[in-house]
Ligand binder design. Structure first.
Ligand code: CA
Length: 241
């Protein structure tokens, strides 16, 4: 008999109070939970159980949470919410750059965590069904049906949120989108105003799809306005940006 399809959340956190609190509340909300008190155990559980989402504390006793994130991204696209007591902006930015989908500073409200967890799980590409022709422009190809991105035929590994951002830009290719449009459609209305988040993600997507991210050919910034994914109509179009 198939196991009930309750979404599974892995909590990687050494502070037992947080683990208990989160575990109790997530169970009440219909999630299955797993927990790991160390980064190494967390990585083992991600590999063995393929959780639907991960809540990752940055301050772990064995390895740095950011290293856990970087290592898990080599084999897992599960959405990750980073939590940090350090309250350090640089850490948060590094977390997002290393593949986290969202972050929360400690102490955080449980309703806020639940809302963010549900948001990151909603926007995983696996949950979407689309029959839209692939986007193709120069060396960039986005297969919406398979949620796959490649550059010059080489697959590109994007996190759920990175993919959603690129997908939304591609659906609106050739149009400049202001940060709030991206925030509202990719992250949700509660994120409107957080332009920093857009900048971090644009930079991450560029690192993955551009040959030279300082001189992007696909994901263009219109200074003071917003961002645009260019559609190069012809493979022989001049490469001037
Ligand atoms: Ca900790």
């Amino acid at each position: 008999m198939a196991r009930a399809a309750r979404p599974c959340v892995l909590i990687i956190e050494d502070d037992a109070r947080y683990v208990r609190l989160l575990g109790t509340i997530l169970k009440q909300r219909g999630f299955r939970t797993l927990s790991a008190g160390t980064g190494v155990r967390g990585l083992d559980l991600i590999a063995a159980e393929a959780p639907d989402a991960v809540v990752l504390d940055l301050g772990l006793p064995d390895v740095d949470g950011l290293d856990v994130l970087e290592r898990m991204r080599q084999f897992s696209d599960a959405p990750v919410i980073v939590i940090s007591a350090r309250g350090d902006e640089a850490d948060i930015v590094r977390g997002l750059e290393s593949g986290a989908d969202d972050y929360l500073g400690k102490p955080f409200g449980v309703p806020e965590l639940l809302a963010r967890l549900q948001a990151v799980m909603r926007r995983t590409p696996q949950a979407q069904v689309q029959i839209i022709p692939p986007f193709e422009s120069k060396d960039l190809r986005i297969d919406f049906a398979a949620a796959e991105v490649s550059v010059a035929g080489e697959p590109v590994r994007l996190t759920a949120t990175e993919y959603r951002l690129l997908q939304f830009l591609a659906r609106n290719a050739g149009r400049v989108l202001v940060p709030d449009q991206l925030l509202e459609n990719v992250w949700g209305p509660e994120y409107v105003g957080d332009e920093h988040l857009v900048r971090v993600y644009v930079s991450r997507v560029r690192q993955k799809i551009e040959r030279d991210r300082r001189n992007p050919r696909h994901l263009i910034t219109r200074p003071g306005v917003g961002y645009m994914l260019r559609r190069h109509e012809s493979p022989h179009a001049p490469a001037s940006a």
